[in-house]
Design a protein around this ligand. Structure first.
Ligand SMILES: C[S@@+](CC[C@H](N)C(=O)[O-])C[C@H]1O[C@@H](n2cnc3c(N)ncnc32)[C@H](O)[C@@H]1O
Length: 235
């Protein structure tokens, strides 16, 4: 029988039926994503300093694709500011074991992005891609591993890529420890380009220790809004 992937709570925030946790806070979701993942990985500066023609991002937990859309917008902005820069392509790799139905995804996009025309138009292109993955995004590519997180590193090895920036985004560590294991971060570390970075919204003690044990240099940063702390780091 069909089981919905999300329900909507009283604040109109999408909640996972598998993990009883929010995908993000609908209020300020765009700003939070920019703060945690784009600024947390210092991406505007990293794009400028990048020496190859492609910048590669890895994400744990594709969800609604909101992180992808915001990163895509950030990259397009960079390309319009620096059309002659050597960095011309963005490649995004993510993993998702519990994909949203297209209707769930559209409802999330409309509820979060309704004030932002640019992001809404990118969301329509993402929706078309999810129906027919032969549709393209020009200089931006998206590949989703529809499998358990434990198979993500094998998937990336087959893609023959090293990640320049990680978005660790797999629900609350207390509710979903599989997305925050030391084994996962060790695999991620070995698949990280030299000088590559990560950012995550959480500052949970065991996540921090696992990241350090995996080899990352880890720093705490002020979290978004009222959140006390988050983690960033690099190889
Ligand atoms: C906080 S949400 C991600 C939000 C997403 N980045 C976005 O932009 O909407 C966490 C995601 O991790 C996925 N997930 C949870 N456990 C997983 C597992 N064991 N393997 C793969 N994906 C998993 C969930 O289905 C969910 O979509």
């Amino acid at each position: 029988m069909y089981k919905p992937t999300i329900t909507w709570d009283e604040n109109q925030t999408p909640v996972s039926t598998y993990f009883d946790d929010v995908y993000f806070n609908t209020e300020g979701a765009i700003e939070e994503t920019r703060y945690v993942f784009v600024e947390g990985n210092d991406l505007r500066q990293r794009f400028l300093n990048h020496k190859q023609d492609t910048f590669i991002v890895g994400e744990t937990g594709f969800g609604s694709g909101l992180n992808f859309l915001i990163l895509w917008e950030t990259f397009l902005h960079f390309r319009s500011q620096y059309p002659n820069h050597r960095l011309k392509h963005l490649a995004f790799f993510s993993v998702e074991k519990y994909p949203l139905s297209l209707n769930e995804l559209i409802k999330i996009h409309n509820s979060v992005l309704f004030k932002n025309k640019k992001l809404l138009s990118l969301s329509k292109r993402l929706q078309a891609f999810l129906i027919d993955s032969t549709s393209q995004f020009g200089d931006v590519s998206l590949k989703i591993c529809n499998d358990d997180i434990s198979n993500f590193s094998d998937f990336l090895i087959k893609q023959n890529v090293l990640i320049d920036a990680w978005f660790f985004d797999g629900f609350s560590p207390a509710k979903n420890p599989d997305m925050w294991s030391e084994r996962l971060f060790k695999n991620c570390f070995s698949l990280t380009a030299s000088g590559g970075s990560f950012a995550t919204f959480t500052a949970a003690g065991f996540v921090r220790r696992h990241l350090i044990n995996a080899g990352f240099i880890v720093q705490k940063r002020k979290g978004f809004g009222s959140k006390r702390e988050m983690l960033v780091g690099y190889k």
